[in-house]
Write a protein that binds this ligand. Structure first.
Ligand SMILES: Nc1ncnc2c1ncn2[C@@H]1O[C@H](COP(=O)(O)OP(=O)(O)OP(=O)(O)O)[C@@H](O)[C@H]1O
Ligand SMILES: [Mg+2]
Length: 240
């Protein structure tokens, strides 16, 4: 078994005035894990990611990351350097006027010089097929473009672990394939939330689900094939 990166023990959380969302949840992530998380809307997936990043504080339980218990805001500075979170909503991720500034922001914040940060930002944009987007106005990008630029801001920080909250949402099939290729070419540990079985089956090695505020490890993802008919049936096509 590879070393443990993340160890969540007995985590409970509910939003103020609301019901319990996470209920004595336990979860371990090891180096090299590639985990897909699929569970119904409102089951607490995003909440779980926010607990891991220290954006929400659990009501009980312990969050241990890279071998250290994390409680205070200061404890999570190191976590946020080494774990990259792709927010479910790109508007939570992007805040600079231009794409280049947004992607260079993280590396700058990590202490790189302006030149180095711009270099990493450009390299990352290239890697994601976004060369030429540098001076585009972030808030005017399309939904799919924002998704990819968000991913660029995360990758530019060269994290050891990725937490991806529905990365394929809003992407066309070609872009989704490119994202699958990117994820499979990175030597990274990740947890990926998605409702798309096709995407999950091509990226994740294990698929977990959530129920009643806990992670269920034991369920097999029911991937199946079926016969079907539709207008494009004779053309090569893909179902996701
Ligand atoms: N800021 C908030 N304030 C109050 N309740 C919230 C807040 N954010 C989420 N919730 C509630 O907590 C529960 C879990 O939400 P969460 O966003 O973690 O679910 P999810 O599994 O990510 O769902 P989805 O698949 O729709 O993204 C939901 O019932 C949601 O309404
Ligand atoms: Mg969510």
């Amino acid at each position: 078994m590879h070393p443990v990166i993340l160890n969540l023990t007995d985590i409970s959380y509910g939003y103020p005035g609301g019901p319990s969302v996470l209920d004595h949840l336990n979860f371990q992530l090891h180096i090299g894990d590639r985990i897909g998380l699929v569970a119904p809307n409102g089951s607490g997936k995003t909440t779980l990611f926010h607990i891991i990043m220290g954006l929400l504080k659990p009501m009980s339980g312990t969050v241990e990351v890279f071998g250290t218990a994390r409680k205070t805001e200061a404890d999570f500075v190191d976590v946020r350097r080494r774990i990259g979170l792709l927010f479910q909503d790109a508007d939570d991720q992007l805040f600079s006027p231009t794409v280049l500034e947004d992607v260079a922001f993280g590396p700058l914040n990590l202490g790189k010089t302006r030149e180095e940060a711009v270099e990493v930002a450009k390299r990352t944009l290239d890697f994601l097929g976004l060369a030429g987007f540098e001076e585009r106005i972030t808030y005017k990008l399309s939904g799919g473009e924002k998704r990819l630029v968000s991913l660029a801001t995360v990758l530019a920080m060269e994290p050891e672990v990725l937490l991806l909250d529905e990365p394929s949402t809003g992407l066309d099939n070609g872009t989704k394939d490119a994202l699958i290729h990117v994820l499979n070419s990175l030597e990274l540990t990740f947890v990926l939330i998605s409702h798309e079985f096709g995407f999950l089956s091509q990226t994740a090695r294990h698929i977990y689900t959530m129920k009643s505020g806990r992670i269920r490890f034991d369920q097999e993802l029911p991937i199946h094939t079926h016969k079907h008919a539709h207008l494009m049936g004779r053309q090569p096509h893909r179902h996701v």
